[in-house]
Every structure is written in C-alpha cells, then in structure tokens.
Design a protein around this ligand. Structure first.
Ligand code: SAM
Length: 262
C-alpha cells in the first residue's frame, strides 16, 4: 500500500536501517519489558523492536491510513491503538518496565515530553524514554546554565529526568527528508527529585523568568513575590544576574518558596 506522507502529522519516515537498529538497541529491551512506540508510521522501527520480543508491545498512531497498514503488516503481534498521543490516558499502560520509543512528530515533540514530566510517577511509571527530536529542540533540552540554549525546556526536563544524547541523525536517514538535523535522546526517571505541589508552578515560574530573558532577575522576582527581598536574601541571589545565569537547582528552590506562600 502506497502511503503519501502527511506534513501536518510530521511524517518523516526512517529509512536508514543502521540508524533504526541503533535506535532500537538504545532501548536495551528484553523479554521482560513492555514497549510503547509513539507514532509507528509505516512500522520501520516497529519491525526492529519486535525482533527483541518484548512482553507486550503497544503502538499509538493517529493516522487511520497507517493503522490499516500496520494491522496488515503486524497482525496480532502488536497492540495497535488508533489515538492522539496528546489525548491518550497513558496511565492505562503504566508499568515500571515500560520502555517508550518515539520518532516524534516535530510540531508536538516538546508537548509530548512535557506530558510525561507532568505525570507523577505514582500515576504513570516507566523505565526509559528513547525519543527523537529536531536537533535544535534537543539542544535546548540538554542545555546547561550560561549557554544560549538554556531555558524553560532545559530546567523542566532535568527536574525529573536524567538525560543523555545518543546521536545526531542526518536528514538523509528519513523519507521525505526533513529540513533540519535530528537528535536521539534517552531519558530515565530520577529516583530523587524535588517534589512540587503542582508541576505547573515550575512551568509558570520559568515562563515569567524567560519571558524577560535579557532583563536582570529582580524584575521577574518582583512579579512572582510581594516580598522579593526576602527571597533574594534567603537564596543569596545576585540581582545583577540574568535568568540564564541561574542554575536549574535555583529555579527549583524558587518554586518551592513560591508554593509555600501561594
Ligand atoms: N516511527 C516512524 C518512523 O520512524 O519511520 C514514523 C515517525 S514520523 C516522524 C511520526 C509519526 O507520528 C507519524 O506516523 C504520524 O502519523 C504520527 N503522529 C503524528 N502526530 C501524532 C499524535 N498526535 N499521536 C500519535 N501519533 C502521531
């Protein structure tokens, strides 16, 4: 069956077998793992994962045309869910040995990652995420303080996840070729992370700081706190700094104080 790729669904299918194999091996899966693949597309990565014989293998694909194709190709070997990953209740698949793969549609990749982070581990547990991003987004996820890519995404992602880059991938590994480079990242849940009442508070705080990226931190602190002087003193902050100069841990501490008084 000939599938014409849909741009609106970010359909750039992997065609380079050596890259697909490397992605599959990065998951380090065995018969003890359940697997979820987000957006299996034409099943190129699915085929390789299947060879590892995971315990249960779920795929979530939004495009109905591809669902038909996947059913023909894999029959009952995989559990095919025709849903939008952004709307699907992932708690249904929660399992401490679940490995999640996704060559993600670029337009929703950060939203998908944020959804994983917003779940508490007691609601939705998993072992590992093996996800592909547009390189520019991956660079922002991995960025350290005092660098130009550092911002909301770096602070939010590192809050609950240990992150490692596996490789960059050239446009020629896909059909159709995307205009940009891609990067494969692995995420593993941190055992110890700072517990917030609501993860949306961390999103809000980093939003206030990085909307004023070039301004000194006094301004966002005044927006967030009536008594910003106390916060500045308690955390020993230098108010001449700009948001990108503050370490991730400092934002987590600011969030804890914000939650205490709100
Ligand atoms: N995994 C395949 C591969 O590597 O060749 C396809 C990857 S392609 C970049 C992204 C896939 O995600 C497409 O099959 C697309 O239809 C699917 N998709 C896009 N948006 C989605 C969504 N919101 N929920 C589930 N699948 C989605």
């Amino acid at each position: 069956m000939k599938i014409i790729p849909k741009k609106s669904l970010g359909q750039n299918f992997l065609i380079d077998k050596s890259i697909i194999e490397k992605i599959c091996n990065s998951g380090n899966i065995s018969r003890n793992n359940n697997v979820l693949e987000i957006g299996p597309g034409t099943g190129n990565l699915t085929e390789f994962i299947l060879q590892k014989k995971p315990k249960k293998f779920y795929v979530i694909e939004k495009d109905e045309r591809l669902i038909k194709n996947l059913k023909e190709k894999f029959d009952k070997k995989i559990i095919i869910i025709n849903e939008d990953i952004l709307k699907y209740n992932l708690k249904l698949l929660s399992d401490k040995d679940l490995v999640i793969f996704g060559n993600l549609p670029y337009n929703v990749s950060s939203q998908i990652l944020a959804n994983f982070i917003n779940y508490s581990y007691s609601e939705f547990s998993y072992k590992k995420l093996v996800l592909m991003f547009q390189k520019e987004v991956a660079d922002r996820i991995l960025a350290k303080d005092n660098s130009k890519n550092y911002g909301r995404l770096s602070i939010f992602s590192s809050w609950k996840l240990n992150i490692k880059k596996i490789m960059d991938i050239n446009p020629s590994s896909f059909f159709p070729k995307p205009k940009v480079m891609s990067s494969l990242l692995i995420f593993e849940p941190k055992i110890n992370y700072i517990k917030f009442k609501n993860s949306k508070n961390l999103e809000h705080i980093t939003n206030v700081f990085f909307n004023q990226r070039r301004k000194m931190i006094k301004k966002p602190l005044n927006i967030l706190f009536k008594n910003s002087k106390k916060v500045i003193d308690d955390l020993n902050l230098d108010t001449n700094l700009r948001p990108q100069n503050l370490k991730k841990e400092t934002f987590y501490k600011i969030c804890l104080i914000y939650e205490k008084i709100n």
